[in-house]
Structures are given as structure tokens and as C-alpha cells.
Design a protein around this ligand. Sequence first.
Ligand code: F1P
Length: 358
Amino acid sequence: MKIDDTTYSQFNTWKEILSEGNLWQSVIKTLSDSSLLETILQSSAAKSEWLFVGCGTSFYLAEAAALSWTLLTGQRARAIPGSELLLFPNLFLPDASHIQAVVISRSGRTSEAVRAANVLMQNLRIPTVGISCAPHSELEKACEFCIVLEAADEKSTVMTRSFTSMLLALQVLAARRANNRQFLEALGAMAAAFGPRVPMLARQMQEFVARHSFEDYVFLGQGPFHGIAREAALKVMEMSCSYSQFFHALEFRHGPKAIVSSKTCLTFFLSESGGKAEAEVLSEMKELGGVIVAICNRSNPQIRQSADLVIELDCNGEELAFLAPYTVPCQLLGLFTGLRKGLNPDQPKNLTRVVMLD
Ligand code: F1P
């Protein structure tokens, strides 16, 4: 079936995924010169370590943002789920004076995220910046500053453009901290090139899903791509109620590969730093009988020979600029797999849009 923007227009999730490339251009342009980001950078200038906090998709966003932060600024950064801070605050007590925190929450209402922001600000005295897609939220009230990307919010339960847009916003913040204008330009060029390609990407993924029936899904990524692998697994779980796992690509050899069969879909998020080693694992899993999706910037004969589906970004610039676009094929994988199973991606089973605790 020919796919165009209207094919699945009854689903908010489809429209939200389709809007990502153009939305990214606006986010990157607006924040590259934002005075709020300048204020945040000035207020955090003396901080030498950054702590990114989130829940669910926003925790995996925190992971990708933390590794982006270190690779762009050279500063230490780590990511934790909001619940860790609430249940094990002593992990963060020793000398917190050098730490700057960022709490990520699309809704700005998730209880664990808002409570974590209050613990950071009130108990641990760690200055905390919020990033959300909802204005005037509880998170905004709890934080010193809050970056709000209203246009990136979704009607859907499942996070798609909010994930990629908030990740790009935090990459812009990191690039500005590092005075790396070249990376900012690479992000802008990526967004401009990627937007028009989403319908073709959707066609590729829909045809792939129509050709296969899988029992389980594995997502494999190293370095900053590991957070993307975790988010991809969650997308497929949420939208299609399928069993999904994630690993560092080379870790998959150390036992988990026991599950590989012709009913296993293995998606590799191929980095440029570790691409050679990662592609070796890809070829080995093909030999074990798995069905392989290779998401890469530029493929090579080894990848094309082993992969059942190759998705090439063909972008210039640093590989950190690939994190957001690498996410979109798996948002589409989850959408089309769910549709194929007769599910409604706008109403994912068992899920609520926000997890509120008593
Ligand atoms: C976080 C979250 C989502 C999940 C579902 C419930 O929301 O856990 O990751 O997909 O929507 O909420 P938020 O804190 O980013 O609003």
C-alpha cells in the first residue's frame, strides 16, 4: 500500500511521528539562541558534574542526554530513574556541591519526577533545571528553571516527538556549554534533511513488518546509542505489546544470544566509533538465524550482506547528531507492529499518559 501523510491520519501517534523532522528544526533554531539556556549555562558554570533524571521514556532520554553531555563537554554526567533518588538518596549525599541536576518529564506531573526535583532542590540543595512539554507544571514549580517545549507535546500516551525534541534540546544545551557551533550546525542540517524522509522510512518499515511475524525483539546499541536501544525496546513494548529486550551490542554475545531464532528481530543502532565491532555481532546474529535491522549512518558491504533491512541516515557531522533520527524507525516499528496485531497505538494496553502515585 502506498503510504502518504494521510494513510494513518486517524492516529495521533502517526501524525506526531510524521511531524518530528520539521519540529526538530524549530526546536534547534529556537534554543540555539535562547536567553533561557544562556541563563541556565551561567547559573551552572561552576558545576562539574551533571545528573539527568527521568522515568520511563524520560529515563532513557536522560541516559542518552547524559552520555551526549560527557562527549560534548568533557564533564562527568550520569542518568538515574526518579525512583532511585527517592529510595536511595544516600547514593547522592556525599559532596553534592559540584552537581547540577536536570529532571525530564513530558507531562511535568509524573509523581516520581516531581518528588525527585523537590528532593534535589530542597533536601540535597542541588540546583535543578526542568525540561518538559507542559507549561506551568508541578515540575516547573519545583525547579530553578524549566525549558518548556509545548509544540513537542503529544495527544498520545506514547512519547515519540517529545522524546526526540527534549533530547535535541539537551544536546543543544551541551553544545552551547562546549561552544561547539559546528555540532549545532550539524544538528540543524540533520533535521532539515531528515524531515522529508519520514514517509519513505514509514513505507520501508511497514513493508518490513508486513513480511515478518516475530516472537521477540532485541535492540542493541553502545555508548550514547544504548539509551536509544532502551527507548526503542519500550516503544515496541508499549505500542505492540511485544516482548522486547535491550543490550549493549557486544554484551549480546555473553549469553543472551541463546534466544536468537528466525522469530527474533534484532535491531542494531550502529555507531561510527564502534561500528566495526558492532557489525561483527550483526553478522554473527544473522548466521544464528536472526532477522536483522541495521540502522546506520552509512552502510558497507558487510552490513548490506547480513541485514534484512538497512536504514541509512546518510548525514554529515558527529554521530551524536544521529541519536534522535535513529529513534524514529523504531517508533514506526512499534506503530506498524501494533497495527498489524489489531491494536490501537493511541490507546496502549495497561498504560496511562502519566504515572501519578498517592
Ligand atoms: C513518563 C512516562 C512515559 C510512559 C507513559 C507514562 O512520563 O513514564 O515514559 O511512556 O507515558 O509516563 P513523563 O514523566 O515524561 O511525563
